[in-house]
Write a protein that binds this ligand. Sequence first.
Ligand code: AMP
Length: 420
Amino acid sequence: MIQLIKGFKDILPEEVALWQQIEKTAADIFEDFGFREIRIPMMERTELFARSIGQDTDIVEKEMYTFADRKGDLLTLRPEATASVVRAYIQHKLYTPDPVRKLYTIGPMFRRERPQKGRYRQFYQINAEVFGVASPYIDAQLIIMLAVLFERLMIKDIKAHINSLGCPQCRPAFKKILGDFISSKIDRLCTDCRRRKDRNPLRVLDCKVPACRQAMADAPALTDHICEACREHFNTVQEILNTQGVEYILDKGLVRGLDYYTRTTFEIQTSALGAQNAIAGGGRYDRLVHALGGPEIPAIGFAIGLDRLVEVVLQQERSLGRGPDVFIAALGEKSRQMAFDWSCDLNRDGISTEMEFADKSLKSQMKRAHRLNSAHVLIVGENELAKGEIILRNMNTKEQHALTIEGLVKSVKDRIRGDL
Ligand code: AMP
């Protein structure tokens, strides 16, 4: 039998309701914050990712699904969304007449990482990007928007980590200071970090190898070396978060993998997921629009790992997934025919239904309704038909109501809508 590709997964029907609910919750909140959806392709020219994410990153070095198409063009399945959103922003001149654009997008990303729990080769992200605002207010607002989303999803077990990565004025000097520190610890570092030391020393700060973590525990912090403008920007972000009551942790080790970040960077972490503890990450990338051929327009964004978010919500045992509004338990052929007509009419009116088509006992049908997590059961048997009364049972409250066959669809609808 042909199986799934390693690191890929099916999202089965039982799980999809929760995915949809989370996606909708995020979209609703983002729209309230002034964001509009953009849909971008799943594949781009390889060069776009190589130039934006950076040659020395894990993604570009070893994780991209890249291939030559039939004409020899080098294409890549997108490993992240920011580069594509920036490309679209520039290509369609979305900066005219007003440079400020708030965009979000939801969809799959592809990275050939080592698969494990919470880490897949096709995974899903919800991305939000703001173009044209240099002010620290927007940095704070994005973190606040994430806090609102997690609050609405009733996720408590999370912490916002924030850091500043400085800017092209102050970061080079820090890289030198950090490089000297790394040299003094070089014997204790893993081979990857030894290689990173010259090409991308900041990455040594977020290496997960325990020996490297220990060696780097008292490494200099970028925030002690950023320039005055960057410091002021970062202080304002913190002041706004304080005013808004959003808790955060200053995390000097938060450098994130991608080259294009400047100034504020942040990650939302949870202790509910084990090793893969980041459910969202983002930061400012003021130089990227220009670097990809657009005007000098600042930008900032984040990506939420949807797979991990679903897992956290599931773990909190508050399954938001729902079963049918009504399960129709029909007994006997005549009841089944009527039940089928009613179910079609209810579906037309926006009520979801399920029914049993085989000849099963009431007990077994009730069991099935339970298993499907049905909110109500409509019981249609020969006796009920003879009496002209159909029972509607609320599976939550166990309340039962006898409804007349005359106008049944309407009365079922009214009852259900009343219960919702
Ligand atoms: P990044 O684009 O690497 O900043 O990732 C943003 C978020 O996407 C992370 O915080 C994770 O929640 C999620 N994520 C990244 N890589 C994976 C992966 N391989 N599998 C599942 N989720 C991922």
